[in-house]
Design a binder for this molecule. Structure first.
Ligand code: ASP
Length: 333
């Protein structure tokens, strides 16, 4: 008789395990990414880095890590790679510097942290996490954020640490184009192709908790302390266990005005749409390639994944609840 309760406990724990799926997805930016403008070698490099990052985040979840930890881990791998517009390899501002933005949000308690326009923090996503966990605030900016990170022993670097030749050439090209137009800040896609390369991650851990994070250098040739959507909670990043987790990439001004990440999850929460329906609607009906080019990665509390975009391509990868991995770049994969 006394074995019956034990049996029940064993069955119950098997059931809870079966009911606790893990899933993970990342992006490395959206934009005019076509087979014609990516060499075979570069394409292989992107696929390799995306694979490394998605596997690292998923591996952490598998060994019992939290969704927050998995998001940080995967984003840091991309921040450290010159392939992406985040951390090392971030785009240049008009003045030839780097100003980095990042944010993170947890779905179980809606805690969030962000940094904007920082110049010296090696890992902006780690600084966003620090703001979330070690301060009373949600967003810190500029010099203050850099000082906060330093005081809390995050690694700081000279701004030139983020330089790469490729991004320097991109700045020169963009400046030439912009100066030809009357309005020096015409960022419309037909004037300038920005080659977005922001990075982001969304995770669902064994405890059923969602998290999302995003890190970026913003847009090439940005001026006057311009801040995009990436560090803005609700625009570039959102996580809520009751609906979904989202990380966005694209033309930030539109993503801010349409409150893209939170709007997608609101459609799921109140409109009872699936994440695919909500994401497709926002990317294709609210935004468009002309007015809000970009994409998002979305994950819900059941582990469903959606990765809609309205640009030609989006660097992306995911591992679903069955452990199946997808790594893709172009629109037709
Ligand atoms: N959303 C970013 C920004 O506007 C750029 C990007 O995603 O590539 O700053």
């Amino acid at each position: 008789m006394k074995f019956i309760p034990l049996l029940l406990i064993a069955l119950f724990s098997l059931k809870t395990q079966a009911e606790s799926p893990i899933a993970f997805a990342i992006h490395g930016g959206a934009g005019t990414i076509t087979k014609a403008n990516l060499t075979k070698e570069k394409e292989a490099e992107y696929r390799q880095k995306l694979t490394e990052s998605v596997k690292a985040g998923y591996g952490l979840l598998k060994s019992g890590g939290t969704s927050e930890e998995a998001v940080i881990k995967a984003i840091q791998i991309m921040e450290d790679s010159p392939l992406f517009n985040a951390g090392l390899g971030a785009v240049f501002t008009w003045d030839g510097e780097h100003e980095l933005d990042a944010s993170i949000m947890r779905g179980q308690d809606k805690q969030a942290g962000a940094v904007a326009g920082v110049k010296h923090i090696k890992s902006p996503i780690a600084a966003a996490q620090l703001v979330m966990n070690k301060s009373e605030h949600v967003m810190l900016s500029g010099k203050g954020a850099d000082a906060f990170a330093k005081e809390n022993d995050l690694t700081t670097v000279d701004n030139s640490f983020f330089d790469t030749e490729r991004r320097k050439r991109a700045l020169e090209k963009v400046k030439q184009k912009l100066l030809k137009h009357d309005h020096a800040m015409n960022f419309s896609p037909d004037v300038v192709d920005y080659k977005f390369g922001t990075v982001g991650a969304v995770a669902l851990d064994k405890n059923g908790n969602l998290a999302a994070g995003t890190s970026t250098g913003g847009m090439t040739a940005k001026r006057w302390g311009r801040i995009g959507d990436s560090p803005i909670i609700g625009a570039g990043t959102w996580a809520d266990n009751q609906s979904c987790a989202v990380s966005a990439t694209g033309h930030g001004e539109y993503f801010i005005r349409h409150h893209v990440a939170a709007d997608i999850c609101a459609r799921v929460k109140y409109g009872k749409q699936s994440i695919q329906q909500a994401g497709d609607y926002v990317l294709h009906n609210v935004l468009s390639p002309e007015a809000g080019s970009g994409g998002v990665i979305i994950l819900d509390a059941k582990g469903n994944i959606a990765m809609p975009f309205n640009s030609e391509g989006m660097y992306r990868a995911s591992i679903d609840v069955n452990g199946n991995i997808t790594v893709a770049i172009y629109g037709d994969e």
